[in-house]
Design a protein around this ligand. Structure first.
Ligand SMILES: [Zn+2]
Length: 340
């Protein structure tokens, strides 16, 4: 459990801290600006102004709702892998491909040695953090997922490509820490797809996080958890942010057999449905989680990024998470103090 680490980093978070996975939907004005920019009708500065406006909107919204640890909402990103590939020398963007259901993206191609181009996310982190006193997560995509979602035409194999990317992503993490970020999320949604490559995920994350003074989170979407649990706990991060509700909390059965030894960001609302869960449903899910997890190790958030929902649905899904947690907090704080 890492509450001590959080304290040592200067955070005094409440029991069951609330957060979100990372992305929010882009408001209609920003969608329009992106389309116009793509057609050359507006300048980069005009697009940037809309991205800033949208970022401020989401920072203020999270504060108003009462989320404890905020995100910048990723208003400046299209795709979570292409964003980094576009910036890093060594990659070129390939054709549009379809993956994971309805997700279309330009699959990057690694054509030469991958290099860190200088800060890729730090400016946006600073911009968002400067607008709130609450902690802002640093957000980036992990080396394994960047490798897995790209074609490799340069390195001898997947491992070599992955580890080379890891060395460069570490530089981005160092730059975030240098700027003041202390909670850093390295997304690895591809982790569960090839269970035999889990040791590679671990090895790459070691390169990204080893010896650095930050609280690390990794987000992994639902997949074949039964094939990588409990071994996935070897990934060197403090907190696993997991999609649980979309799968009726079936992962809790695995945790009953093998104790979950790290902190967890507990996905308590499904991001794949337009329906906003009611407070009792969300409370029930969290309580079920707390039957196998210690309240001290649990954060609560939606299952995944909210970018596929509407602005209103995202706000309501966040609100129901925060309200459910607030109602439960008193219960668990009480029961903890009774024990003492
Ligand atoms: Zn996800």
């Amino acid at each position: 459990m890492s509450r001590k680490k959080l304290k040592d980093l200067g955070f005094d978070l409440p029991l069951l801290p609330t957060t979100t996975v990372g992305s929010f939907p882009k408001p209609p004005e920003l969608m329009r600006a992106r389309a116009e920019f793509a057609k050359g009708k507006i300048t980069e500065a005009e697009l940037r102004a809309e991205e800033e406006k949208a970022t401020i909107f989401w920072v203020e919204k999270q504060e108003e709702i009462g989320v404890d640890v905020l995100v910048d909402g990723e208003m400046y990103r299209g795709d979570m892998v292409a964003y980094f590939a576009e910036k890093m020398p060594g990659f070129v963007l390939g054709d549009l491909v379809r993956s994971y259901g309805n997700r279309y993206y330009h699959k990057p191609i690694i054509q030469s040695e991958v290099k860190w181009p200088g800060p890729m996310t730090v400016g946006w982190w600073k911009f968002a953090q400067s607008r709130t006193r609450r902690p802002m997560k640093g957000m980036l995509t992990g080396p394994y997922t960047i490798m897995d979602w790209s074609f490799n035409e340069h390195y001898v194999d997947r491992r070599a490509a992955c580890l080379a990317i890891a060395e460069e992503i570490r530089k981005e993490v160092e730059a975030l820490i240098e700027a003041g970020a202390k909670i850093i999320q390295v997304d690895e949604p591809a982790t569960s797809v090839r269970p035999e490559e889990l040791p590679l995920v671990v090895e790459a994350m070691e390169i990204v996080t080893e010896g650095l003074p930050a609280y690390f989170i990794t987000h992994i979407c639902y997949g074949a958890f039964q094939k990588i649990y409990p071994q996935m706990l070897d990934i060197p991060v403090d907190n696993f942010d997991l999609e649980l509700s979309n799968n009726e909390l079936s992962m809790l059965d695995l945790m009953k057999k093998n104790r979950f030894s790290k902190d967890i960001s507990f996905g308590a609302v499904d991001v794949h449905t337009h329906v906003v869960e009611d407070i009792d449903t969300v409370k029930k899910r969290i309580v079920q989680g707390l039957e196998v997890l210690d309240p001290e190790q649990v954060w609560v958030d939606p299952d995944c990024g909210l970018k596929t929902r509407t602005v209103e649905e995202s706000i309501e899904k966040m609100r129901v998470v925060v309200t459910a947690v607030k109602q439960l907090r008193t219960r668990y704080v009480k029961s903890t103090s009774q024990v003492q």
